[in-house]
Design a protein around this ligand. Structure first.
Ligand code: BES
Ligand code: MN
Ligand code: ZN
Length: 498
């Protein structure tokens, strides 16, 4: 989809459709009022007759509204004005775009971007609108022989701003929103791809292609490299798999040469059967999404490269399958991780922390400013937070604060979970330095505690996205989260968030 920004009156727009909002109940927004005035009370008549109450989620498409230069006017219900906040703004934009896609209109002028949202700037409204519009029209149908194509899809969206002096900020926010949405689309597609296609080698190839496209440096460590480095925890997970493991590293250098990088580490288990601690059959297909951490850090570096942010960013993806087999790791096996700590692998299904711990140790050689790992790590996190909030853990409160703020700003929210020493005891092993599971309770926390043993030297945060990375059910699919959170965190750090 193409986007542009414009300031002007809704009744004077020449487009296939003009989109304006109506509050509950029957209260025209300012752009709707302008159309109403030009149309001699046409909209207020409709509203009075009860055809558009302004209820959230409702729409009414009008044709040939007198006094306007557009073919159509789309009224979008916004709900109660006093309840109109971030979430309501987003839903209105989503409804508008989905509805537009089903009309014959190829282009539209959307005036919802002029609606005030408390404490949110014009930049915020534009970024969100671009992100939501592109998210709402994302499709993954490459394996459908017969695609149910939208007959006349929306091709061009003009976002309106109230004042000309908002144009510059809006243009900058627009290009950020598009870049973020583009990163999310990559994340969603990698997540949605079936596990027979999206295996570790495929991820490595995608990273290499991205490096070529954006001038990043890419290195891919093979099994033999991992052996030489002593990454025995990662290798323990890869043992049962026939697909070779890869450790993918991408460097984006937009900052000064001396600037320490932010490092993002993403869990890349391209399929998690549980290994010898085999998972039950029900919904096991969803374990193709166990590489969504990897997909999200790749999506983030893509967005950052596209925005050309003045920052040094490194992405590390440990990628492997977790399969059972005659050569697979057994419960009870003890391995020495790259850091030198010994791990008793009590459950081969707690594999994410095993591949991450070696990747986190490997991250140290790049002298990081901050390390953030992203992983579909625990079912326990889904139990705790459902699919609304990402679980956030950090060894520095300031870093946790910054990530929480970024999540709020992006409307891709996280919730701060405890990482207190009291939980560390649950990881005791009678035979090794540490066990890879912490018992029945507080599973998201003990998983984070495990990772914390490998990140003591740096400011570090962990995002457990097991609940937020994909949706189950009828509209199953990857969400692209937490690319919005991560990109907003980096935008904030570089002072580029307007
Ligand atoms: N990939 C799973 C976590 C997961 C489960 C994400 C369900 C989303 C939905 C992870 O590797 C795993 O299996 N974790 C185990 C850990 C347990 C064995 C300590 C879990 O959560 O059950
Ligand atoms: Mn597992
Ligand atoms: Zn897993």
């Amino acid at each position: 989809m193409e986007f542009s920004i414009k300031s002007g009156s809704p009744e004077k727009q020449r487009s296939a459709c003009v989109v304006v909002g109506v509050f509950d109940s029957r209260k025209l927004t300012l752009p709707a009022e302008l159309i109403d005035k030009a149309a001699g009370g046409y909209l207020s008549d409709i509203v009075r007759r009860g055809d558009m109450e302004g209820k959230a989620g409702s729409t009414l498409l009008l044709h040939n509204v007198p006094g306007t230069l557009s073919d159509r006017v789309l009224l979008v219900g916004l709900g109660k004005e006093k309840d109109f906040r971030e979430k309501e703004f987003g839903s209105a934009v989503r409804t508008a775009v989905k509805t537009l896609n089903e009309t014959g209109a190829f282009d539209a002028s959307i005036f919802l971007t002029e609606l005030g949202v408390r404490r949110r700037s014009i930049g915020w409204r534009i970024r969100q609108t671009a992100m939501i519009a592109l998210d709402a029209t994302y499709k993954f149908d490459q394996f459908k022989s017969k695609k149910d194509d939208v007959r006349r899809p929306l091709r061009k969206l003009t976002l309106s701003v109230e004042r000309r002096n908002e144009l510059a900020a809006a243009e900058e926010a627009l290009s950020q929103g598009i870049a973020i949405a583009d990163g999310m689309a990559l994340t969603k597609t990698l997540g949605n791809l079936p596990p027979n296609i999206c295996h570790p080698t495929y991820l490595a190839e995608q990273a290499q292609a991205m490096a070529t496209e954006f001038g990043l440096t890419c290195e891919v460590l093979e099994r033999s490299d991992m052996e030489a480095l002593g990454m025995n925890a990662l290798l323990a997970v890869a043992r049962g798999a026939h697909q070779p493991p890869k450790l993918i590293v991408l460097h984006y250098k937009g900052g000064r040469a001396g600037d320490k990088p932010v490092i993002l580490v993403g869990k890349g288990v391209t399929f998690d059967t549980g290994g010898i601690s085999l998972k039950p059959a029900a919904e096991m297909d969803e374990m193709k999404y166990d590489m969504c951490g990897a997909a999200s850090v790749l999506g983030t570096i893509k967005a950052v490269a596209r925005m050309a942010l003045p920052i040094n960013l490194t992405v590390i993806v440990p990628a492997t399958e977790n399969m059972p087999g005659g050569n697979a790791t057994r419960p009870g096996d003890i391995v020495t991780a790259m850091s030198g700590q010994t791990i008793e692998i009590l459950n081969t299904d707690a594999e994410g922390r095993l591949i991450l711990c070696d990747a986190l140790t490997y991250a140290e050689r790049f002298n990081p400013e901050t390390i953030i790992d992203v992983a579909t790590l625990t079912g326990a996190c889904v139990v705790a937070l459902g699919n609304i909030a990402t679980g956030l853990f950090a060894n520095k409160d300031g870093l946790a604060r910054d990530l929480l703020d970024a999540g709020e700003e992006a409307h891709d929210r996280a919730w701060h979970m405890p990482l207190w020493d009291d939980y560390q005891e649950l990881l005791k092993s009678p035979f090794a330095d540490i066990g890879n599971i912490g018992g029945r309770w507080g599973g998201a926390i003990t998983a984070a505690c495990f990772l914390s043993r490998f990140t003591k030297k740096h400011d570090w945060a962990h995002l457990d996205i097991a609940g937020t990375a994909w949706k189950s059910g009828a509209d199953k699919g990857a969400t692209g989260r937490p690319v919005p959170l991560l990109t907003h965190y980096l935008l904030q750090r570089t002072g580029k968030l307007n």
